[in-house]
Design a protein around this ligand. Structure first.
Ligand SMILES: [Fe+2]
Length: 185
């Protein structure tokens, strides 16, 4: 077995995320179609747009290094998305299924939060500050999506109108946090 350098590990983790994002791009349209809540469908729709940008960000990182993402398969994401598919095929369209879909999507977000936290820190440790910033942007988006999904799930459970303002506040808070972090660094 060949000895793995930190740079190799970094690249391998980035490839894993690139494949994970590509899988998510395919899964989200099915999640949108399966949602009975308009708000949930809209949140998935928005995250689909974000995910397209996140893939581009990863590709920019590979390009800058004169590389291309290889053919690595993210087995963890395959498993998480299969759970989502099982919910779609195993339950009737209903608010309860919306909650189950939200839970499945939040597991996906948490996987990504772990993955992007790791590569962001690896980039910092390897002295690649611009790359670290790009990865931090995606990390913030994943965290904001996770918060938004919590708000939507609560609104579905209580039967109240989704707290649009709260969702916007979350996004604003995340932006503020980002700005604070930028000032600190
Ligand atoms: Fe993502």
């Amino acid at each position: 077995m060949k000895e793995l350098k930190f740079e190799d590990l970094f690249r391998s983790e980035l490839e894993d995320l690139h494949d994970a994002e590509t899988q998510i791009l395919e899964a989200l349209p099915k999640m949108i179609a399966a949602s009975s809540s308009e708000e949930l469908a809209a949140a998935f729709e928005e995250h689909l747009e974000q995910t397209r940008e996140q893939v581009k960000r990863l590709e920019r990182i590979f390009e800058a290094a004169g590389e291309e993402p290889g053919g690595k398969t993210c087995v963890g994401m395959q498993g998480l998305l299969r759970e989502g598919e099982n919910i779609i095929s195993g339950m009737e369209k209903s608010p309860a299924r919306d909650i189950a879909l939200t839970a499945a999507a939040q597991k996906v977000e948490h996987y990504e939060i772990a993955g992007y936290g790791t590569v962001r820190t690896l980039a910092e440790m390897l002295g690649q500050s611009e790359t670290a910033e790009l990865l931090e942007e995606t990390l913030s988006e994943e965290k904001a999506t996770d918060d938004t999904l919590t708000e939507i799930a609560e609104a579905i459970m209580t039967g109240e109108q989704p707290a649009e303002e709260e969702i916007e506040e979350d996004e604003e808070e995340d932006e503020e946090e980002e700005e604070e972090e930028e000032v600190e660094s």
